[in-house]
Design a protein around this ligand. Sequence first.
Ligand SMILES: Nc1nc2c(ncn2[C@@H]2O[C@H](COP(=O)(O)OP(=O)(O)OP(=O)(O)O)[C@@H](O)[C@H]2O)c(=O)[nH]1
Length: 231
Amino acid sequence: METENTTSEVSELESTFSVEKQKRIFKIIVIGDSNVGKTCLTFRFCGGKFPDKTEATIGVDFRERTLEIDTETIKLQLWDTAGQERFRKSMVQHYYRNVHAVVFVYDMTKLASFENMPAWIDECDRHSLSADVPRILVGNKCDEKDKIQVSTNLAQKFADMHCMPLFETSAKDDSEADNVEAIFMTLAHKLKAHKQMMNKALPRYNSTDMKRAKVISIGREKSASSSDCAC
Ligand SMILES: Nc1nc2c(ncn2[C@@H]2O[C@H](COP(=O)(O)OP(=O)(O)OP(=O)(O)O)[C@@H](O)[C@H]2O)c(=O)[nH]1
């Protein structure tokens, strides 16, 4: 019985995707230590608000948003990955398959999460991520002004060293919502400029993956504003 349910969920997912085959779909993975705010950032962009409550991500959560940019409809598929090693180890190879962009997130109020950035970059390199896959660095929780442990200066040097644009923002603070928007829009514009069709990048799941992964599809149409990568 359980197998039947899982199979029908997979078919439903695949048929949803096949209807949308004309759209270019870009897979963006969001990585970084546990608790830095990956879930909240992706929810802010796809759901338009700060989530009321979050729990540690197990495996991966998916969030999607469809955008209209210069008359083309594209879909950003955000992979909100688990920060905790025990919740990510069986999924890691799936994260890096057919990735179009990577968002590295650290917590501005937690130095250790910034100091771990080289380890996250190493993980990308170990999975042979092509050098032309756009990468951006995001410092989250800038709203906690009196707890900041990672200075902009320090983060900017690191970003420059790795040729990534740096964004400091807050998923929580409503006044920073436009900034979160700009981060993903920057990526969307960059990705849109890439020529190849990306539908083949859609994930294919076996029943085990489906049990581990929640699929969250939040379709929020919005026109793009132009923004250039700072790198
Ligand atoms: N002050 C502040 N708190 C935030 C912000 N973003 C997230 N948080 C809080 O940080 C905690 C962790 O947020 P999550 O989004 O679940 O973190 P995560 O990186 O997805 O964690 P894992 O799923 O374990 O990898 C939660 O208590 C959030 O409410 C922010 O911008 N400002």
